[in-house]
Write a protein that binds this ligand. Structure first.
Ligand SMILES: [Mg+2]
Length: 216
């Protein structure tokens, strides 16, 4: 990747812009508990980036429980999430992006619902992003390239003019499938599981330092 060519930064939301995944994870565990389905937290962290209904279907399939109603569990999971979430931003990210957006096109590419995406962007990152791609806008979810390809088209740039920032293995896979440069931050998983990215940071402190050095 040639930093001098970069015109756009494409941010994943959960785990990159907002610290929300622990509540998502809890809500999956709670929703499944009602049906006596036991899973480990890491399982959810490793499936991050997929829309919730597909995460639920994946897990039910692995457990040979396809007879359970995945739509119903997804609905209950969202209700639990809305009740328990205390989502915060990662310190300093809104202030930093507010400065970077003056010179660069900034976008969000998330598997989350349009409603969720709009809520969090309006609450924590207003007037920063040029293009928002949510799970509801897509026919194919991460790790498919569609989410990032759609965003590149949305801001009307070439692929080598963009960098995507992700925190989950399926997200990194989606970026690489879309043939874009990828920066990963190991918010919830081991850095090792993000090694397909061009650069891997261990935490937001390192990510912010990199963004400051290269885009301010
Ligand atoms: Mg994420």
């Amino acid at each position: 990747m040639d930093i001098n060519q970069i015109k756009a930064l494409l941010f994943d939301m959960d785990g990159v812009l907002i610290d929300s995944m622990r509540y998502h994870t809890k809500s999956f565990l709670q929703a499944f508990r009602k049906y006596d389905v036991k899973i480990k937290e890491e399982k959810i962290y490793n499936l991050e980036g997929k829309e919730d209904i597909y995460i639920i279907k994946d897990i039910l399939e692995q457990k040979n429980l396809e007879n359970l109603d995945s739509k119903k569990i997804a609905k209950e999971r969202r209700e639990i999430f809305n009740q328990i979430e205390r989502t915060k931003v990662f310190d300093g990210m809104p202030e930093l992006l507010k400065k970077i957006t003056k010179e660069y096109e900034l976008s969000v590419v998330s598997g989350s619902t349009r409603r969720n995406l709009n809520n969090f962007v309006n609450k924590f990152y207003p007037n920063i992003f040029d293009c928002l791609v949510s799970g509801d806008d897509l026919s194919n979810q991460k790790p498919h390239p569609e989410p990032f390809e759609k965003c590149v088209k949305g801001v009307n740039i070439e692929k080598d003019e963009a960098i995507a920032i992700e925190n989950a293995p399926l997200g990194v896979e989606s970026v690489k499938n879309a043939e874009l440069a990828c920066i990963a931050v190991a918010t919830y998983v081991q850095p090792q599981s993000l090694k397909e990215a061009d650069i891997v940071f261990e935490n937001h402190k390192e990510l912010k330092a990199y963004l400051k050095n290269n885009f301010l």
